[in-house]
Design a protein around this ligand. Structure first.
Ligand SMILES: C[S@@+](CC[C@H](N)C(=O)[O-])C[C@H]1O[C@@H](n2cnc3c(N)ncnc32)[C@H](O)[C@@H]1O
Length: 227
């Protein structure tokens, strides 16, 4: 599907890029540091909590966007020699016009990081693509509302939709119920958003919700566990 938004590339406070939705006061990441936000919310509060215990690890990302979370996950999968099956959902994949401008690979040494980033942005469909015998990636170019998800499958969910003010249809009881059904008991979901209404929607979907300190510029984030 064609991306419905007019985009512009911007620098965030830690020097990493993000994309802004022109005219919507919304970005793909925090302007206080895209890389720091991804590391804090998705990698430290999510992936690193379970990567040593669960092998292989089934991971769902809702809203893959620039691929930053996926790229950081590849680096951790390789560093920790952990097998990850990464299912990304992105109905509006970014054109090369944008992905080739993003400066994320420059933060990590090694040619393989560029190869990983390229693969993340060029593979879609239901077949897994394997990197280094560890990271297995596929991307569904569909809306999460339309995608059929396997039940009792995911150990970890990165919920990285645009905010509830921009995209309220992503933060509903129905969407969280669908995701909760796809999670294993004890599985966790992490998101940068800590709004009360969002936490209530998660609770009604059978998730136990925890507030954690947020990344730079944000007081809190949310981690939820399927109970
Ligand atoms: C906040 S941005 C994602 C940031 C991303 N994780 C990254 O690292 O760049 C939200 C993403 O959700 C995608 N999106 C929009 N509607 C969606 C839907 N119905 N289902 C899944 N993703 C959606 C957008 O296209 C966008 O890429």
């Amino acid at each position: 599907m064609k991306n419905p938004h007019k985009l512009e590339l911007i620098n965030t406070s830690d020097g990493s890029h993000t994309l802004r939705l022109v005219g919507a006061d919304e970005q793909y990441h925090s302007v206080n540091g895209a890389l720091q936000e991804s590391q804090h919310v998705f990698i430290q509060a999510g992936l690193m909590k379970i990567i040593h215990d669960i092998k292989p690890l089934n991971l769902l990302e809702v809203g893959m966007g620039t691929g930053l979370n996926a790229l950081l996950t590849v680096t951790k999968s390789v560093e920790n020699e952990s097998v990850v099956f990464y299912d990304a959902v992105e109905p509006f994949p970014l054109d090369e016009q944008w992905t080739e401008k993003l400066n994320y690979t420059g933060f990590f040494p090694g040619k393989w990081v560029s190869q990983a980033f390229e693969m993340i942005h060029n593979k879609s469909g239901s077949q897994y693509n394997n990197l280094y015998g560890l990271f297995n990636f596929r991307c569904f170019n569909q809306k999460i509302q339309e995608l059929k998800l396997e039940t009792d499958h995911y150990h970890l969910v990165y919920f990285d939709a645009f905010g509830p003010d921009t995209q309220p249809e992503m933060w509903t009881d129905d969407v969280f119920e669908k995701i909760s059904n796809s999670m294993k008991f004890g599985g966790i979901l992490v998101t940068y958003c800590a709004k009360g209404a969002v936490r209530r929607a998660m609770r009604s979907a059978g998730l136990k919700v925890e507030r954690l300190p947020g990344p730079p510029g944000k007081r809190e984030m949310t981690r939820a566990e399927k109970i």
